[in-house]
Design a protein around this ligand. Structure first.
Ligand code: NAP
Length: 241
């Protein structure tokens, strides 16, 4: 395991930090991706104080120069990548679609969709050098087309957060397309639903702990070679798209 290298984006706090902690506790060398150097280095110092093998890497998923610089830096430092956890995400709209603006929709997609695509593309050459590449896209049950379309589901009754929901639905399509393309390379790509987890994203109203929220992303990051690809999963197993 000591030879396994992972990158977690948005790893300075919340679910991403906990995913990093759990992976590092298994002996994986984890690159703590954060857009803000101070916040990232603080997380690294805290995790190192627990004896965990982690290192800071600055990466703002909305900035092509930042992502390119991070990819070049990872190539220089490690020469490959085994696990990519696309965790960085934002949720800005807690209101119905009629109140949403194009600006908020674009801003949400810039991080949750284009950011994931940008990071994945930039790091594919390094992932292809791994013998057991894994990509985990941290999605959400709110991105389920099936549940949003079911008039009896609580999601459809609530009917809020179009920007966030549609960004995670688009993210799930990114999962499927990369999974299909990379299958022959042995790289597995899956979406993880952490469940409603208490973090800054929801002012800590979530009902799950970060330890619980990180469990499925970590499981998917550590899938064996005969594990699934092109799926969306929660703690309960496969979920509907
Ligand atoms: P969080 O505590 O708000 O953490 C979000 C992380 O993403 C922070 O580290 C943040 O960095 C980072 N980030 C945001 N924009 C970024 C950018 N442009 N570049 C790099 N990093 C960026 O939220 P969370 O609840 O842990 O969310 C983590 C993931 O889980 C997200 O993808 C979210 O959609 C998903 N999720 C969460 C829940 C839930 O109930 N919490 C449920 C389902 C899915 P800064 O500190 O610099 O802002």
């Amino acid at each position: 395991m000591a030879d396994t290298i992972a990158l977690v984006t948005g790893a300075n706090k919340g679910i991403g930090r906990e995913i990093s902690r759990q992976l590092a506790a298994k002996g994986i060398f984890v690159l703590i991706g954060a857009r803000d150097r101070e916040r990232g280095e603080k997380a690294v110092a805290d995790l190192r104080a627990q004896g965990l093998p982690v290192e800071f890497i600055q990466i703002d998923v909305t900035s092509q120069p930042s992502v390119d610089h991070a990819a070049a830096e990872m190539e220089r430092r490690h020469g490959r990548l085994d696990i990519l956890v696309n965790n960085a995400g934002i949720a800005l709209d807690w209101f119905p679609a009629s109140e949403l603006t194009v600006e908020v929709l674009q801003k949400t997609f810039e991080t949750n969709v284009f950011g994931v695509f940008r990071v994945t593309k930039a790091l594919l050459p390094l992932l292809r050098k791994s013998k057991h590449g894994r990509i985990v896209n941290v999605s959400s049950g709110l991105g389920s087309l099936t549940r949003n379309a079911d008039p009896n589901s609580p999601l459809a009754v609530r009917n809020m957060s179009l920007a966030y929901c549609s960004s995670k639905a688009a993210l799930n399509m990114i999962t499927i397309h990369f999974a299909n393309e990379l299958k022959s390379n042995g790289i597995k790509v899956n979406s993880a639903n952490p469940g409603f987890t208490a973090t800054d994203m929801n002012q800590h109203r979530g009902v799950r702990t970060v330890e619980q929220g990180a469990a499925t992303p970590v499981r998917l990051a550590l899938l064996p070679d005969d594990g699934p690809t092109a799926g969306v999963f929660s703690d309960d197993g496969p979920e509907p798209w």
